[in-house]
Design a binder for this molecule. Structure first.
Ligand code: VGL
Ligand code: ZN
Length: 206
């Protein structure tokens, strides 16, 4: 049987209560993830990692406000408050996140004009982060997803994982959602349709 890997998505200060793009109760995932991570041999973390004035920031579009949408060359884009700017304290992983054995950190969204919710494919839907090939090279076939936010970076990553041929589960109580205009319900519907399992942390084990 193929190996399993825990994918810890965007557990960063700007997504925590008090951060610039706070996910409600986002900090509650930290102790849950720490508990799960102790059981996994393979762990990957992701970090949203935007340059200043990134195209996904409302502040880069005069007259536009956070949480509105706009069209970029690759399609529809939600405009966010400035968040996870490269090298800032807001972009750092939460200080209590305890995943010392994580082997790889994937940074995404670092091209000025392209967002990337997914850990696998950027929002242009064609530029690869290289993660799928890295996992395959190591014989990893089963992925468990946790972190922030369920309906954006976690959900998109799990969908792309399935599309790339991995088994994928989202650990519901190790995630929290932004829930913008029904995005959480939509995400769960798409995840189920794609064959992504919905799991609880007490059952999450490699
Ligand atoms: C995320 C919105 C913008 C996420 C990242 O981590 O879910 N959401 N950038
Ligand atoms: Zn972002």
């Amino acid at each position: 049987m193929s190996a399993a890997c825990l994918i810890v998505v965007d557990v960063q200060n700007d997504f925590m209560p008090g951060g610039t793009l706070a996910v409600p109760r986002g900090d509650e995932v930290v102790p849950v993830i720490n508990r799960i991570a102790a059981q996994f041999e393979w762990i990957v973390a992701t970090q949203d990692w935007h340059p200043r004035a990134h195209a996904s920031f409302a502040s880069s579009h005069p007259g536009r406000k956070p949480f509105e949408t706009t069209r970029l060359p690759y399609g529809e884009q939600v405009l966010w408050p400035d968040h996870c700017v490269q090298g800032t304290a807001g972009a750092a992983l939460h200080r209590d996140l305890a995943i010392p054995r994580a082997q790889l950190i994937v940074r995404k969204g670092y091209r000025p004009g392209v967002d990337s919710y997914s850990a696998f494919l950027e929002a242009d839907r064609s530029t690869s982060t290289g993660l799928a090939a890295w996992l395959r090279e190591l014989g990893i076939g089963r992925l468990w997803f946790c972190g922030l936010a369920t309906d954006f970076c976690v959900g998109w990553s799990a969908l792309d994982a399935r599309a790339a041929g991995f088994e994928a589960s989202v650990i519901e109580d190790a995630c929290r959602a932004i829930d913008l205009d029904g995005s959480l319900e939509r995400a769960w519907r798409e995840l189920r349709a794609a064959g992504v399992a919905r799991a609880r942390s007490d059952r999450a084990a490699p």
